[in-house]
Design a protein. Sequence first.
Length: 300
Amino acid sequence: NYIIGAFKPACHISVVFSDGKSRKQVPLKKENGQTVTVPLFQSQENITGQISVEPLSGKKVEHNGIKVELLGQIEMYFDKGNFYDFTSLVRELDVPGEIYERKTFPFEFSTVEMPYETYNGVNVRLRYVLKVTISRGYAGSIVEYQDFVVRNYSPPPSVNNSIKMEVGIEDCLHIEFEYNKSKYHLKDVIIGKIYFLLVRIKIKNMDLEIRRRESTGSGTNTHVETETLAKFELMDGTPVRGESIPVRLFLSPYELTPTYKNINNKFSVKYYLNLVLVDEEDRRYFKQQEITVYRLEKTS
């Protein structure tokens, strides 16, 4: 029993955000696979609250100081356990001493620059966390983490051109396709049409896919993962020359993120519309087009 007790933490640490009850809560998948609900922030907000340290009954906590850190971190899965801190702010909460009973410390980080969004990808994750450390010498420090999520919003783009392309196989197939714009918000609708100018092969079906491409690392150490997030059947059977097929694809059912370009020189996330035609011999013809995805501010 004595040995079991020796590995128990000497106290309980809790972190409470000042506006925790009124602030929007969102799900966050932790690395152990569990999903927890945490508060949502955006860049330039104040992050304030209270940290409570409560010794286990009958125990006192001797320490060499207590601090809280606000960390923005990137972790590559091929370099697991190594975090790259792009944001690191520290507040000292208590000078060295002893704690006999529950003690509460207020903390405040004002207008915090949080330029990147929380992201959980295939090979990389970006997280924000409050890290509370009770420094102790030989006994080992006591550390508690409290995650939160950051999302940043963009105004609608001032220029948003449509996408028009022609694709063909000489003397066999010639199609034109058009999408109404090249930049879409997360709840947007892709509207377009596909026009068949020449059809001399027997087409079995035509699909539109949304693909996400995540690039991590650089140079020879670059890892690229492509996921198909959505597959939407546009047509079944062979079209005739002159036929026009409408496209109407809602983005809201899919778990998209904004497009991320070279985040802290560590990773990028891009999205593509992939038009796939399959003929009766199961040959596949496809044409891919990059689109930009952004998070639109909700209007009340």
